[in-house]
Design a protein around this ligand. Structure first.
Ligand SMILES: C[S@@+](CC[C@H](N)C(=O)[O-])C[C@H]1O[C@@H](n2cnc3c(N)ncnc32)[C@H](O)[C@@H]1O
Length: 259
């Protein structure tokens, strides 16, 4: 099956890795400026693994699978760094056609050792070996987190932006998420939007800035305090922006009614 369809087309990003453009969401799957591979590693995988460096087992929720960069970059990073842990990755994705076409996506050369895993996920939605278990859920991420009975240590929060994919950024969405995460969870996301940061804060999360060379600032959320990151003074931001509130399901549903 060819990857390019009327729903998505492959696009080269700044670091030379390919991402895709969604005609449905009118957005790229990754920041073309930061680069698909770069974004996965620096905004998601590295902060998550640094936070959990002493843990022998990790349960990861990858929201949403898309092209699978966050999962693949996790495997790549573990191999490069010689990290031996038992890792279980669960990833909802409602675009089953996209998953079926991933065999034909042009992945970076460094992902070559993991292409058999993509092949298995793309056809059977599951992959397992001694230290690794990956399972895709073809369906809505909201349904998945509302009914799942896992305890996640890491959440790669990588939906399309709050503007185009709002139901995966609301206070109610994060409230459901808090029921299926461990106390030590770290949520990694590229989003800096105040209304989604407030939605996380009102669910008991501390917020931190993930800042580094070669990528734009991103956000980390944790119920614990994170060392080595600047804490976001969310109360100050809220007092300076009194009109901005947590994004709520009701806002999204009433906006859809207007359309
Ligand atoms: C920004 S892309 C994810 C990129 C992905 N993490 C990667 O590394 O390639 C967002 C993905 O969310 C999926 N999506 C959007 N809303 C969803 C929902 N409610 N449930 C499940 N998947 C959803 C889209 O189909 C798309 O593949």
């Amino acid at each position: 099956m060819a990857f390019n369809t009327d729903k998505h087309t492959m696009v080269e990003s700044e670091d030379g890795s390919f991402t895709a453009y969604s005609t449905q969401f009118q957005e790229h799957y990754h920041s073309t400026r930061d680069g698909a591979l770069h974004e996965s590693l620096y905004k998601h995988v590295i902060p998550a693994f640094e936070h959990h460096k002493d843990k022998d087992e990790l349960n990861i929720l990858d929201i949403c699978f898309g092209l699978g960069f966050n999962t693949l970059a996790t495997l790549y990073y573990m191999r490069e760094e010689g990290i031996i842990k038992k890792v279980r990755i669960f990833s909802p994705e409602f675009d089953g056609e996209l998953i079926a076409s991933l065999k034909d996506f042009h992945y970076p050369e460094i992902f070559a050792p993991f292409l058999p895993i993509i092949e298995a996920l793309s056809t059977k939605q599951v992959y397992e070996d001694e230290n690794l278990y990956i399972e895709l859920y073809i369906g809505d991420a909201r349904d998945y987190i509302a009914s799942c009975d896992e305890r996640f240590d890491v959440v790669y929060q990588d939906a399309f932006s709050p503007a185009t994919n709002p139901l995966l950024w609301t206070k109610e969405y994060f409230a459901d998420m808090t029921k299926c995460v461990s106390d030590e969870v770290i949520i990694t996301t590229y989003s800096m939007a105040l209304k989604t940061r407030i939605a996380l804060y009102e669910n008991g999360f501390n917020l931190y800035i993930n800042r580094g060379e070669g990528y734009r600032d991103a956000t980390l959320a944790s119920k614990m305090s994170l060392q080595g990151y600047e804490k976001v003074d969310i109360k100050h931001k809220m007092s300076c922006n009194p009109d901005v509130h947590a994004l709520r399901d009701a806002d999204v549903i009433s906006a859809e009614d207007v359309l």
